[in-house]
Design a protein. Structure first.
Length: 342
C-alpha cells in the first residue's frame, strides 16, 4: 500500500509539473481526489509479476533469452491475466508472482501475433484480486498524467505522461495503427499496465523507445499497446489462442526505413525470405504491383494476401541489380514451439 501512496503523491505533483517539463501546455489540474487514490490503489492491487522459461530449443530464446520476467494485470473474474505476448512466446513454464511474493503456476491461454497481447491464467486462485476495468485512449490527450505499475521482484509504480498517440511499425513484421507513447521512460516495461487517474487500464507495456514524442527534440519513453485493440478480439483469443488477424503471411525479415526505402537488416534462418535468397542490405521496392517506401506500406501490402501461405512476388534491389523474387510465405505460428494449452 505504501507504494501506491508514494505514487499518488508523485502524481499530485506531476499533474502540475510534468506538462512544463516535457514541453506540453495542459490546463490547470487539481491533485488526485480520494476517489482517484482509491481507484489507483485497486488498479495496483491487480498487478502481478510474470516469470517465464521458454522451451528447450525455442527460436525466440535467441533474441529474448530463455528466462524472462515482466508484469501482467488481472482483467477477468476467473483470474485471467493480460500481458505482453513476447514474454510467453514458446513458454515451457509460467509462474505468476503475487504482491505477497507467492509464486503460482500458470498456463498460457493466447498469444496474439497481430496486437502483441498475451493471455495467461493461473492454475490456482488469486486471493484478494479483482479485475481492473478496461479503459480507452479515446479522448486521451497529450500531456495527461498516467500511472504505470510493475509486478514481481521489482514491483513498483511510476508516474509518466502521454506524449503521443500515433501509428507504430516494428522492424519484426509488426504494425499498429495507433500506439500510446509515454515519457519519462520506465526500464522494466515488459507487460506493465498503464492506468488513467480513474484506475482504468489503457495499455500494456511493450518497448523502450528513443523517440516517444515523434517530434524534435526527441524524448525517450515507452510504447504501450492500447487495450482498445483487445476488446474486439478477446473472445477469439480465449477460444482459439489468437485473433483471426494473426493468421497472415510471414516472411522472416527484420527491416528498417531508410531514405524512403525498406531495407533488409536481418533474415531469419530457415524462413521463407531465407529460402527465397534475400539477404541483409537488400531493398524491398514492391510487393506485387504495389511499390513500398516504408514499413507500414510493406506490411499492409504483405498482409493483404488472404492466405498465410501465399506466394508473394517481391521486387528487390540487390546491390545494383533489380530482381523479381517469389517467396512462399508461412503462418508465423507454425514456425514456433507452441506452448501447451494454446
Amino acid at each position: 500500500m505504501h507504494r501506491i501512496i508514494k505514487a499518488c503523491l508523485h502524481l499530485a505533483l506531476a499533474i502540475c509539473l510534468m506538462p512544463a517539463q516535457i514541453g506540453f501546455t495542459a490546463p490547470a489540474a487539481r491533485p488526485p481526489s480520494q476517489a482517484a487514490l482509491e481507484a489507483l490503489s485497486r488498479a495496483n492491487a491487480a498487478v502481478v509479476g510474470i516469470e517465464v522459461t521458454s522451451a528447450e530449443g525455442a527460436r525466440s530464446a535467441e533474441t529474448l533469452g530463455r528466462h524472462r520476467s515482466g508484469s501482467g494485470v488481472v482483467i477477468g473474474p476467473d483470474g485471467l491475466i493480460l500481458t505482453i505476448g513476447y514474454l510467453m512466446l514458446e513458454a515451457d513454464s509460467i509462474q505468476i508472482v503475487t504482491q505477497d511474493k507467492r509464486k503460482i503456476p500458470a498456463r498460457p491461454v493466447a498469444y496474439d501475433l497481430a496486437t502483441g497481447f498475451g493471455l495467461v491464467k493461473p492454475l490456482l486462485p488469486l486471493r484478494g484480486m479483482s479485475p481492473v476495468p478496461l479503459g480507452s485512449h479515446t479522448g486521451l490527450e497529450n500531456g495527461e498524467t498516467l500511472m504505470a505499475a510493475m509486478g514481481g521482484d521489482d514491483a513498483d509504480v511510476a508516474v509518466t505522461q502521454l506524449v503521443s498517440k500515433r501509428p507504430f511499425s516494428g522492424y519484426w513484421e509488426y504494425h499498429l495503427d495507433a500506439a500510446l507513447f509515454t515519457s519519462p521512460p520506465i526500464t522494466n516495461h515488459s507487460g506493465a499496465p498503464l492506468f488513467n487517474q480513474r484506475g482504468e487500464l489503457l495499455g500494456i507495456g511493450s518497448l523502450l523507445v528513443a523517440d516517444a514524442s515523434g517530434k524534435t527534440p526527441s524524448v525517450a519513453g515507452n510504447m504501450f499497446v492500447p487495450v482498445d485493440l483487445l476488446k474486439p478480439i478477446l473472445a477469439d483469443m480465449q477460444a482459439s489462442g489468437m485473433s483471426r488477424q494473426s493468421r497472415r503471411p510471414w516472411l522472416g525479415l527484420t527491416s528498417r526505413e531508410q531514405s524512403g526505402r525498406v531495407q533488409v537488416v536481418r533474415v531469419t534462418r530457415d524462413s521463407p525470405a531465407h529460402a527465397g535468397g534475400l539477404a541483409p542490405g537488400d531493398v524491398i521496392l514492391a510487393i506485387g504491383d504495389t511499390r513500398v517506401s516504408n514499413l507500414e506500406e510493406f506490411y499492409k501490402s504483405l498482409w493483404a494476401y488472404p492466405n498465410p501461405d501465399a506466394e508473394i512476388k517481391l521486387t528487390v534491389q540487390q546491390g545494383t541489380d533489380i530482381r523479381n523474387v517469389t517467396v512462399k510465405a508461412v503462418d508465423r505460428m507454425t514456425t514456433m514451439t507452441k506452448p501447451a494449452g494454446i
